[in-house]
Design a protein around this ligand. Structure first.
Ligand SMILES: [Zn+2]
Length: 347
């Protein structure tokens, strides 16, 4: 277990947030006064590749460890929030076809929420990791006003995740598939160059947000095209997966090819936010992912390009905020804790 720098003890009853990832679980405790009891990552191995039995034991281990660390008696815990990568149902049943982190057959159709609930004997509330990060970002931005505000978050990583938050709560949808912002198809006019092939997504769609604004989109679509425009670029000598990962460091040095690629990503997110503006007209447009960890100058340029590419009416411009999602490492666990708190808090 990692050493935590700052740990507090609870002032009231609490909820626990557990973020289940491909290699680690991250845990946090949130008390009813809205205070997180740990300020840094508290991780243990998730062992998801060993199958459900080991993974549930590791989640239970993360739960008991975080209580011990914060000296929180088990009797103070009212609920647990759990998030994992998808695809999974709104109730925490892993897709019957499996998922990147849950490829073993024993995971297919596995009800991870119920299994953890049975193991620890407390109510467990589930959401996917992108929705958890979106929920945390919303509450972080709006604080005491969170329950009266709305937001849309786009988080750029291997894919493009995110979420839609309305009155402080994640919109999950009838089948649990709301907020799959990566697979929203966008108008490509003004995004692609003349003659640039229409990008394809792993989901089977063409021209959706993830086909452009994700690491996968860079590797599969944007970089192969832009290297034809910059054939002498040093990245042309690298295999595509490595070249795609190095692109951000080039962008930080204002390399023209790298800026062309990230410019297209920012424009694609702007098109997505323009759709959001006409759907839910949110109070905030939130942006997260690797770009948040980039140099401040590049980060600001990216956010500004997203903002300029989002077509808002004058009234909306006056009302809306654009912001970066902070503390992404802890966002999953903290968002899961917020969801659990919302579920059990007396209204
Ligand atoms: Zn897609």
């Amino acid at each position: 277990m990692d050493q935590v720098e700052s740990v507090r003890t609870p002032a009231s009853w609490v909820v626990v947030g557990l973020d289940n990832g491909g290699t680690c679980n991250n845990a946090t405790v949130l008390d009813a006064t809205g205070r997180y009891l740990v300020d840094s990552l508290v991780e243990n191995p998730s062992l998801v590749t060993d199958g459900p039995e080991s993974a549930i034991e590791q989640l239970a281990g993360a739960f008991h460890n975080i209580l011990e660390l914060t000296r929180t008696p088990l009797t103070l815990v009212r609920a647990v929030g759990l998030d994992t990568p998808g695809p999974a149902s709104a109730q925490g049943v892993i897709s019957s076809k499996g998922a990147t982190n849950f490829s073993m057959v024993s995971w297919h159709g596995f009800d991870i929420r119920s299994a953890l609930e049975a193991r620890i004997g407390l109510p467990v509330f589930y959401l996917n990791d992108a929705n958890a990060a979106a929920l945390y970002a919303h509450h972080q931005l709006f604080g005491a006003e969170a329950m009266t505000k709305s937001s849309v978050a786009a988080i750029v990583g291997t894919g493009l995740g995110g979420g839609v938050v309305e009155d402080g709560k994640v919109v999950s949808g009838a089948a649990g598939m709301a907020g799959e912002l990566g697979h929203v198809q966008i108008p490509l006019h003004g995004v692609l160059e003349v003659g640039q092939p229409v990008p394809e997504c792993n989901c089977g769609f063409t021209g959706d947000v993830e086909s452009i604004a994700s690491l996968t989109g860079i590797k599969k679509n944007l970089l192969p095209y832009w290297l034809t425009r910059f054939p002498d670029h040093p990245l042309a000598a690298e295999p595509l997966p490595q070249a795609a990962k190095q692109l951000r460091s080039y962008a930080e040095k204002e390399d023209p090819l790298a800026l062309a690629v990230f410019g297209q990503q920012a424009k694609a997110i702007g098109k997505l936010f323009t759709i959001a503006a006409n759907f839910t007209d949110p109070d905030a447009y939130l942006l997260g992912g690797g770009v948040v960890e980039a140099s401040p100058k590049f980060r600001q340029w990216f956010l500004n390009t997203v903002r300029e590419s989002t077509e808002l009416r004058a009234e909306q411009q006056a009302a809306a905020t654009f912001a970066l999602v902070a503390d992404l490492d802890m966002a999953g666990a903290r968002g899961a804790a917020v969801a659990a708190l919302e579920a059990v808090q007396p209204s």
